[in-house]
Design a protein around this ligand. Structure first.
Ligand code: PEP
Ligand code: MG
Length: 829
């Protein structure tokens, strides 16, 4: 008899290929038939097929049933009930769709040149130039052929060949590329897909059977209300094209598409493998007619930093094919047939963009230190080893927290010693001797693992989790310690134990470590016996006897997420009490002070690895507390290093002491705000705003470059808006003052630090005013809040410029510093 259970889909992207392949694997462990029915649309499918599951169009909040028919139905029901409640919700995360739908006003510096523009949707940022090349779709109907006697062999050989090649690529790839190739492998091995094609081979050629399958699945997917599922059609076409090409090597469908010079590729659809086949050194941009932000091709384009737009068709720009074109995916346009003005605009925009990237990159790879030279290690938090290389690329100086529990979740049994060894070794090798803190599994409680069958708890955060479960799952703990000790010969590894609460616990852990080392010695295994041992400081009781812990362990890392919740008795995940969850509480700051000071007295190292570490506003307090390391998610690293560099260690120490004496969170906040306001001011005149010699082709480029520079040096957060403000004034009356000088100016809310920018041109340009050409520009961009300063400086400058001696002296200045000194003196700034 059929049995049924009902659930609600809680996955943000619904049951698409990735979660479907997890579900399919669990269902595949049982003999009984399992089918999924989506109660919203009535679609029913075989739950042992990824494609069939995907075709049910099960979206977030859809109710669905699983029906079981067969002998082991009862076991399957128990397993799947646990699986869907505990693990399925964590097997997928909301994708980075990072599309900015905010409309952008195109800059006047571009529009004044009357460019030919096509506007699209911004999918991956960046600016590029190259020949616009039309990537013509492969017409799959070219493969249509009559049936021959060896169709099954033909299909099986092609299937084998493509699987082998995908597996090879998957082994070589990493990150997004690996995930996408793995998704293609699961399509090509899907039983609906393979059985459906094979069933058709009795009366059809291989080609026609594959094409019928493409048609069938595409029709189902195209009816999905989820853009994400509709975008999977491209993956089906991709895999099928590879199968068809392998089955019919003699049919030439022009799959070879080779770029020979810098190019922007425009395509109706571009499959992930077609994208991977393009030479990334020559690919300067991608324009796709149909792609959405979650298409695999777009995810890859983002990973390879290729500027990408969608929503533009090749037929809209036929005249521009094979001619020089610009793509600006920050503005969301392509510019075809550029005239000279457009050409100068984009070349300048490319330079500014490149400088911005280099600046961020430079910060990422500089040693993290304060303005007065105090170094603090800035490290990354990771959850799996493949994140490590990207973290180091983003500037991590170590891995401050490797949350290994993720390796144990979302599977039917724990990874064995060798599998774990592989992960830890991968992270250590990516680190090349930089420290990697491997935290032993923090499982149980709110991070359930179904195969451990831990009891349900009313209060999981205070319950049976982390180090507390190790005695019961001793072999699991020993296996992990063995894997870490063995991996530690490949780099600078440290072990960290979560949720330690008492000296008894850490002494127990140390005994286990000795037992495991003894075993490895007996087995003549290579391992690192001197690996440092540390603990998370995330339970308040530890802070009060930190001196005792200093005698037991080598280092500490403060888990601010848990420490805040336990210290203040506020559930970190409960929205109703979220207002009370605040690490700026003076009690938390005093605890931080106590831990760091005492640990340092005993010569112990202290880091911090909770979310607090990535909060730029709190950084002065963390510096002032004297932490040795701060660990955070990798994308925050470059910005944190840049912010760190603006602070002074001595000032931060004084600020932290003051904060510890504050009675309330609001007082700490006010203290921080006032310190930031004082710290953040930049001088009105500075050499970073001087461009000498400047090479500008026209007035538009001058304003674009000078405002763009203010963005580069961090004086404006929105150069496009600031440029609008400068042009607004310019359009009322031209700011040419005669004698070769111009003073463009604005009083704007889009400038963070009021600035006077100076450009001494190497050849004069037409300022489009009656006062003649200009070779010296002094641009005033003053903050709106600064009263009448704007007009005061403007008129004072205008008065000075009447005098030839002043003009001559400015022009004769040897360098940027001399110009600044002169203006400071003359304008009394
Ligand atoms: C913490 O508690 O601050 C921490 C880093 O650990 P987790 O967030 O994994 O509990
Ligand atoms: Mg924690």
């Amino acid at each position: 008899m059929k049995k049924q259970i009902q659930f609600r889909c809680v996955l943000p992207n619904g049951i698409h290929a990735r979660p479907a392949s997890h579900l399919e694997k669990v269902c595949g462990q049982f003999q009984c038939q399992v089918s999924l029915t989506n109660l919203r649309n009535g679609n029913t499918a075989d739950a042992k097929s990824v494609l069939a599951l995907v075709s049910t169009d099960t979206l977030l909040n859809d109710d669905f049933t699983l029906s079981f028919d067969g002998e082991d139905s009862l076991q399957a029901i128990t397993k799947l009930t646990n699986y869907i409640n505990d693990e399925f919700p964590h097997c997928d995360e909301a994708l980075d769709t990072s599309v900015d739908d905010e409309s952008i006003t195109l800059p006047k510096s571009l529009l004044r040149h009357q460019p030919t523009l096509l506007q699209g949707k911004r999918l991956a940022p960046g600016i590029g130039k190259g020949l616009l090349i039309n990537y013509r779709d492969i017409d799959l109907s070219t493969f249509i052929t009559d049936i021959q006697h060896d169709e099954v062999t033909r299909f099986e050989q092609a299937h084998f060949q493509v699987c082998a090649s995908l597996e090879q690529t998957a082994n070589r790839a990493n990150g997004h590329e690996k995930e996408i190739i793995s998704a293609h492998l699961s399509i090509i091995n899907d039983r609906t897909f393979v059985d459906g094609i094979k069933a058709n081979l009795t009366s059809n050629s291989t080609a026609n059977a594959i094409l019928a399958m493409v048609e069938q699945i595409s029709t189902q997917l195209s009816q999905s209300s989820s853009a994400y599922l509709r975008e999977r059609i491209l993956d089906i076409r991709d895999v099928s094209t590879q199968l068809l090409t392998a089955a019919y090597p003699s049919i030439d469908v022009n799959t070879d598409f080779t770029l020979t010079e810098p190019s922007i590729v425009i395509a109706n659809d571009l499959t992930p493998s077609q994208f991977l086949g393009l030479d990334k050194a020559l690919l300067q941009g991608l324009v796709l007619t149909h792609a959405g932000s979650t298409s695999h091709t777009v995810i890859l384009a983002r990973a390879f930093n290729i500027p990408t737009l969608s929503g533009i068709e090749a037929k809209q720009c036929v005249n521009a094919i094979n001619s020089e074109t610009y793509i600006d995916a920050n503005l969301g346009v392509i510019a075809t047939q550029p005239n000279e003005g457009v050409y100068h605009y984009f070349n300048r925009a490319i330079t500014l963009n490149q400088q911005l990237i280099e600046k961020q990159h430079a910060f990422a790879h500089q040693q993290a230190q304060t303005a007065d030279g105090k170094t603090i290690e800035i490290a990354a938090n990771i959850a799996c080893s493949i994140e490590a290389p990207a973290a180091f690329e983003k500037g991590a100086e170590g891995i401050g927290l490797f949350r290994t529990e993720m390796l144990f979740m979302d599977r039917s049994e724990a990874p064995d010693e060798n599998e774990q060894l592989g992960y830890y070794r991968e992270a250590l090798e990516a680190a090349i001797d930089k420290p990697v803190i491997i935290r032993t599994m923090d499982i149980g409680g709110d991070k359930p693992i179904s195969y451990l069958k831990l009891p349900q708890e009313n209060n999981p955060f205070l319950g049976y989790r982390a180090v507390r479960i190790y005695p019961e799952f001793l072999s699991l703990f020993h296996t992990q310690l063995r894997a870490i000790l063995r991996a530690a010969v490949h780099g600078n590894a440290k072990i960290m134990i979560p949720m330690i609460q008492s000296i008894e616990e850490i002494r127990w852990v140390k005994r286990q470590l000795e037992i495991v080392k003894e075993q490895l010695t007996q087995e003549k295994m290579t391992f690192n016996a001197d690996i440092p041992l540390g603990i998370m400081v995330e339970i308040p009781s530890v802070a009060f006897i930190i001196d005792q812990f200093c005698k037991e362990v080598d280092f500490f890392s403060i888990g601010s997420n848990d420490m805040t919740q336990y210290l203040l008795a506020v559930d970190r995940d409960n929205g109703s009490v979220a207002k009370l969850y605040n690490s700026l509480a003076p009690a938390f700051l005093r605890l931080l002070n106590q831990v760091v000071k005492t640990a340092h007295q005993y010569g112990r190292w202290v880091g911090l690895c909770g979310e607090l570490g990535a909060d730029a506003k709190v950084l002065p307090l963390l510096i002032g507390a004297g932490l040795d390391e701060i660990s955070m998610s990798a994308p925050k690293i470059a910005a944190t290093k840049a912010t760190l560099n603006r602070h002074n260690n001595e000032d931060c120490k004084a600020l932290f002491e003051q904060a510890c004496q504050c009675p309330t969170i609001a007082d700490v906040q006010t203290l921080l705000d006032s310190a930031t306001a004082n710290k953040e001011s930049k001088p009105l005149l500075a050499t970073e705003c001087v461009m000498k010699p400047a090479d500008f082709a026209n007035k538009e480029e001058a304003i674009q470059a000078m405002v763009g520079n203010l963005g580069l040096v961090g004086r404006t957060d929105d150069a496009y808006k600031l440029e609008e403000d400068v042009w607004a004034r310019e359009e009322v009356f031209s700011t040419g003052l005669g004698h070769g000088f111009a003073i463009p100016h604005t009083k704007s809310e889009n400038i963070r630090h009021s600035s006077i920018s100076i450009a001494h041109l190497n050849k004069p340009i037409d300022w489009q005013s009656d006062s003649g050409d200009v070779d010296f520009i002094i641009m005033l961009t003053l903050n709106k809040t600064q009263g009448d300063q704007h007009m005061r400086i403007f008129s004072s400058l205008a008065r000075k410029l009447i005098h030839q001696s002043f003009r001559d002296q400015l022009r004769a200045s040897k360098d940027d510093a001399e110009i600044i000194a002169m203006l400071e003196n003359e304008l009394a700034i």
